[in-house]
Design a protein around this ligand. Structure first.
Ligand SMILES: [Zn+2]
Length: 63
């Protein structure tokens, strides 16, 4: 089981699919892909969905 995390390149805000962003109205389990196309970073409001970068779960190093 992998957690998918996407990071804003502008402010390092991370959207974790497992957690969603309830403050923004996205419940836990929300797929990043399912976010609206006009989604913008809730922290900096500058970077949009296409700018987000998927990040590896760094708590589980690859062997
Ligand atoms: Zn941001």
């Amino acid at each position: 089981m992998t957690s998918e995390i996407y990071q804003c390149p502008g402010c390092c805000y991370q959207f974790n699919e497992l957690l969603g962003d309830e403050y923004e109205g996205y419940p836990p389990g929300t797929k990043f892909e399912s976010l609206p196309d006009d989604y913008v970073c809730p922290d900096c409001a500058v970077c949009n969905k296409q700018d987000f970068i998927p990040v590896e779960d760094q708590s589980v190093p690859h062997s």
